[in-house]
Design a protein around this ligand. Structure first.
Ligand code: NAD
Length: 358
């Protein structure tokens, strides 16, 4: 049976980096005779300009039928003044919600050759390899009730941070399973010292530990983890956290590795359907200049092959090719320490060449 892939380039450099990933995907399809059915459609501001909506029903329906969505990036100053419902970011939020993509996997790793591009001292980040598992469809970002109450004195606003046991268990399961396949360590992060929802989170995750005797579980308070990620990031293997804390911690972790242009992400539901996107945005400051780093998007394709498309070997081939690409000294502008760099549009053919040469 064929696997369905939807590519949504979006806005700004989203178009450039998805074009590189598609070049690699097209090569794999023809080289390994993969039975993949690939569709490309607009989302975000580009879709708003053409269709008056950041995500049309057509795109949503095709996304729902797809095994994997390769999502570039959306947004830009051109659309900043639109109403909330028309803003490019809605495309992402609606897809996450409609597809139930509750598990966000964000690896943060360092190629030691690029250590000088990181703001952190070499000896602290050497060999960095962390996976952050963030809950993506619950918690305070979606909790009800929520409101800004402006007709009272003083005016006030509030949100609700809420998790039920099932939501915690399903994200913790993804994290325990990931830790089992990696270094066998899981750190669950919350604020159990001040929040009831965090206390509950900690007790549910602790209860699950007995089903994973091979995984060493620890708990940490989110403010401490923010500090520890900078002071001693190599103490972590897998981190699991709620939507809010995971959002903040994964951005800190992304900064460690030097360029945001290197880091992929996956958002999965319980049927292994997934949306795969780079950690960065549409970078309007460099869009259209052929200088964006497409590695995060190409590495996101590798994650799609691994988690949604049953092609573990090909995922490994891409990851190994990216490693060789860096070891051979190829540098896009963001990771170059000299005036020399290669263009976005040159990266895919180098990666393909490395895969071809084994
Ligand atoms: P950004 O990630 O787009 O850019 C931050 C900085 O990193 C910029 O200086 C940019 O040039 C650089 N950068 C980002 N990706 C790069 C790459 N691949 N290669 C080289 N340099 C890269 O974040 P921002 O500037 O805060 O946001 C710009 C727009 O993107 C906004 O409209 C924002 O809403 C949107 N955004 C979208 C997503 C998404 O689609 N998932 C995520 C974050 C931001």
């Amino acid at each position: 049976m064929s696997k369905k892939i939807l590519i949504t380039p979006g806005d700004g450099i989203g178009k450039e980096v998805t074009s590189s990933a598609k070049e690699v995907l097209d090569f794999l399809i023809s080289e390994y005779q993969l039975n993949f059915d690939v569709t490309q459609m607009d989302v975000g501001g580009t879709s708003y300009n053409k269709n008056g909506s950041p995500l049309t029903d057509d795109v949503l329906n095709i996304a729902k039928e797809s095994d994997a969505i390769l999502f570039g990036a959306v947004g830009g100053p051109e659309w900043d003044d639109l109403d909330w419902d028309s803003r490019p970011e809605q495309a992402l939020l609606i897809l996450r919600k409609e597809l139930g993509l509750f598990a966000n996997l964000r690896p943060a790793f360092l190629f030691n050759e690029l250590a000088s591009a990181s703001p952190i001292k070499n000896e602290i980040i050497k060999d960095l390899d962390i996976l952050i598992v963030r809950e993506l469809t619950g918690g305070i970002y979606f909790g009800e009730p929520r409101a800004i109450v402006s007709d009272e004195t003083p005016p006030y606003a509030f949100n609700t941070m809420i998790y039920n046991e099932d939501e915690i268990k399903r994200i913790a399961k993804v994290a325990f399973e990931s830790a089992k396949k990696r270094g066998g360590k899981l750190c669950s992060v919350e604020k159990a010292n001040v929040l009831e929802v965090s206390k509950f989170w900690r007790s549910v995750v602790s209860d699950m530990a007995k089903d994973y005797p091979e995984v060493e579980l620890s708990h940490q308070l989110a403010d401490n983890t923010a500090m520890q990620l900078v002071l001693n990031p190599n103490q972590f293997d897998v981190i699991v956290s709620s939507n809010l804390f995971g959002d903040i911690l994964s951005d800190i972790a992304a900064t460690l590795s030097g360029s945001i242009g290197m880091l992929p992400s996956a958002s999965l539901n319980s049927s292994s359907q997934g949306m795969y996107e780079p950690c960065h945005g549409s970078a309007p400051d460099i869009a259209g200049q052929d200088i964006a780093n497409p590695i995060a998007m190409i590495a996101s394709l590798a994650m799609a092959l691994r988690h949604s498309l049953d092609q573990q070997d090909l995922a490994d081939k891409i990851d190994n090719a990216i490693k060789s690409f860096i070891q051979q000294g190829h540098r896009t502008k963001d990771i170059s320490t000299t005036a020399d760099y290669i263009k976005t549009s040159e990266v895919a053919s180098i990666i393909i060449g490395i895969i071809k040469n084994g």
